[in-house]
Ligand binder design. Structure first.
Ligand SMILES: *Cc1c(COP(=O)(O)O)cnc(C)c1O
Length: 369
């Protein structure tokens, strides 16, 4: 029996960095600067620079980044936010956490929000558009920003899956009023627990979120407004700072894996993600193909010890949690069609070439039988 191939191997990924992790922990313990310590400041500077943004602020999670950004834009009860049903549940959960109503737009064949279908969903209650850069592919931000400008809406990038991705040669995170990132261990830049951050070029937003994440305090004793506790720990910031040095290499390795898949699977009746347009780059957070016998292939691969997964099998508008919004099967035809056909193949940076070849072999075998 072949060794199993994991979808993501966090243990392996972190092995060669253990020493750096220990050193980071020692430093934090030595200094005692657990909250708002020096690594946080350094990380914020470096990640802002990496994302070509003026400001970055470390937060508790990607979800908090979304919630606090919407709060900063004054989005709350009675407001509507336009987004997609093909995403991790947190995108929509964040809108609901603000007391606002999520409004879903269908996706295109690139898995991303269909910008041509946004305007018909805008009402006088719409406050923002929240496109998701799903699987690391960046949404059509020029079109989206144009629509937003015309209708006086904010645009927030859900860039939780898109660190390092690019659109028209510009980094995800620098393409809207603000962008939200996750440092969850499963993400490309993952820490040893929960974490997230926000990027923006807007000083006012940055200053507001800086207070908001720290109880609304402008100094030790004076609060300008009521806020929350949503800070990125110094220790976790140090982890992210160290891993950031590897990020570009990891994206390159994932790109190699992607190309190898194309080469080995090209002749099969499989739908690949559309080619990236010139100037665009995906970080290959996930590699998602579409095919008719998805469930059968997934089962076949799982039997061979290959962990292929589905992101996401139940579109958010059809979740029990979303029932009150009144969507039905058929409301978002493309999203629903894709949910039945999509399959995520392992693509992480620690895969060996031989493992990709084994996965491709198995898929070829599946089609021969
Ligand atoms: C992971 C993720 C989130 C949530 O990030 P957390 O850090 O886990 O809170 C939000 N949106 C998308 C698209 C994600 O992939």
């Amino acid at each position: 029996m072949n060794k199993s191939i994991k979808f993501l191997d966090l243990s392996l990924q972190n092995q060669n960095q253990k020493k750096a992790f220990h050193k980071n922990l020692e430093q934090v313990v030595e200094k005692g600067d657990f909250i708002f310590g020096s690594s946080l400041k350094k990380f914020e500077e470096k990640i802002a620079d990496y994302c070509s943004c003026k400001y970055a602020l470390g937060l508790n999670s990607g979800t908090d980044a979304l919630i606090l950004t919407m709060k900063t834009f004054g989005i709350g009860k009675g407001d509507e936010v336009i987004s997609v049903a093909n995403s991790f549940i947190a995108t929509i959960g964040a809108i609901v956490a603000r007391g606002a109503k999520p409004v879903f737009v269908d996706v295109g064949d690139d898995y991303l929000i269909d910008a041509d279908k946004i305007e018909e969903k805008i009402t006088d209650k719409t406050k923002a558009i929240l496109p998701v850069h799903l699987y690391g592919r960046v949404a059509d931000m020029n079109k989206i920003n144009k629509i937003a400008k015309k209708n006086n809406l904010k645009v927030i990038e859900d860039a939780c899956q898109a660190i390092g991705s690019e659109y028209h040669n510009k980094k995800a995170g620098s393409l809207a009023d603000a962008a939200c990132f996750s440092l969850h261990p499963s993400k490309l830049l993952g820490v040893l627990g929960d974490g997230g951050f926000l990027t923006t070029n807007n000083k006012e937003i940055s200053e507001k979120i800086n207070k908001l994440r720290n109880h609304g305090l402008k100094n030790r004793d004076e609060a300008d407004f009521f806020g929350v506790n949503s800070r990125l720990d110094t220790f976790q910031a140090g982890i992210a700072l160290g891993k950031l040095n590897y990020l570009e290499k990891w994206i390159e390795l994932r790109r190699k894996n992607e190309l190898l898949y194309y080469e080995k699977l090209r002749s099969l009746p499989i739908q690949f993600p559309p080619e990236q347009k010139k100037g665009n780059r995906t970080n290959n957070y996930l590699f998602v193909i579409q095919l008719d016998k998805r469930d059968k292939l997934q089962e076949f691969l799982n039997q061979q010890g290959i962990d292929a997964r589905v992101h996401y099998p139940i579109p958010i508008h059809l979740q029990k949690a979303a029932k009150y919004l009144g969507y039905k099967i058929g409301s978002l035809p493309e999203t629903e069609k894709q949910a039945k056909k999509m399959l995520s193949l392992p693509i992480h940076q620690d895969l060996k070439k031989s493992e990709i070849l084994r996965i491709a072999d198995s898929i070829n075998k599946f089609y021969k039988n």
